[in-house]
Design a protein around this ligand. Sequence first.
Ligand code: HEC
Length: 458
Amino acid sequence: MFDGKFRTWLGAGALAAGSILLLTTSTFGAELTAKQVTFTKDVAPIFQAKCQECHRTGSMAPMSLVTFDETRPWAKSIRERVIRRQMPPWHIDRTVGIQKFKNDMSLSDDQINTIVSWVDSGAPQGNPKDMPPPKQWPGDNEWRAVAELGQPDFIVEAEAYTMPAHHQDVWWRPSTDVPVTEPRWVKAVEMRPTAAPGRRIIHHAVAYLDQDESQNGNSADRASALGGRGMLMEWAIGKGYDLYRPNTGKLLLPGSKISWDVHIHAVGEEIKSGVQLGVWLYPKGQEPKYRTYLTAFQGVRRGGIDIPPNTISEHEGFTVLRQPAILENFQPHMHLRGKAMELEAILPDGTQQIVSYVGNFNFNWMTNYIYADDAAPVFPKGTVIKVTAWHDNTRANPNNPDPDQQVTYGDRTVDEMAHGWVNVTYISDDDYNQWAAEHKPKREAFNGAPAAPASNRK
Ligand code: HEC
């Protein structure tokens, strides 16, 4: 199995770009060449919808894609990035696993064809009168969840850290009290650097929830069953907010603390920033039925990585679900050599399902793929969650700082790790049985899916 996957993986990597190019060039042909595709009429609306959140003055991307004059010099690069589906940063495989998401920012095939056809016909501006009115954006220091949820109920803030222009990576681990005096249920959380320039130095941050679960009167609590601290949220560049599904939440107890783990790297300029966690609560007295735990499903155990120079490696990790559970999202986490990650479920009856496969992992983008409510997979007790991780320690990986290094497990970006962050909502056996009865046809169809990603591994 290892050999098979390994070979096919290499083949897919080499072929992918070429074959996508071919496909796109031959499909946009007829209908689109008939009429002139222009920036103002056809392309600007797509960029407003899919690019400008990041590509506008003062936001995170290196250039603005708002006006024609700003955009024109980037036409070739835009063509390349959208054809390879590197931009927008949505890197999940479109041919296997779950395909319905709450936060899908990808381009449709039609949108890609429009952009490519525009570039190939000389990137014309078109009639300025066709230009859509400029899109309005929330202020730079606005929470992304505001449009949907209003302002957070409270904010917990990690003390700021001053990162010098040149320094080794730092793990900043302050602790902050959570301002609740009675048990309260969390509906949504969002994390962000306190200062906008912090986006450049903060690679990712985890907010661990430290609290005494015994006061909850629930000794068999899942937190202890999982053997870990309850993580409230993991933030990385490009991540939005976590909104739990209806009747589901995370529980905060009085006396709880947030223990931060903020991974900071130097960027050639001194920058000072902390991290803030915005918390949206359920109204007092409203108790959701289900509790959600952010879980790191490991693709490899601590210390279990030893990648020789100039090789591609494959690692697998297995975790048993002790209760029936809903998986709410998938966020692969690896470092600079990260190449691909697959999340699979092996059910107690032996059937195997691919839940999600990110074949095009890019360290710059810790994208969180949040399943649509009706698409989130539900598994019975005893299901094994399998994470397979591929690391590319060769020259072919543009992020690789040195393909001649041996790479081992560790926290620095030049070391490696591999886990999938998943919000796991545990449900009762009765709930599971009911779900299974209601979803029988769908479940059978899903079980019949191929056991390995078809397209990228041929
Ligand atoms: C979530 C934020 C985000 C979105 C959405 C996004 N980009 Fe980007 N883009 C970035 C960032 C940050 C970079 C620089 C880092 C990188 O290359 O990954 C970038 C880089 C690029 C580049 C490469 C620039 C160069 O140096 O050559 C192009 C081209 C690009 N984006 C085009 C687009 C287009 C077109 C869209 C929409 C269809 C889009 N991006 C959507 C954040 C974003």
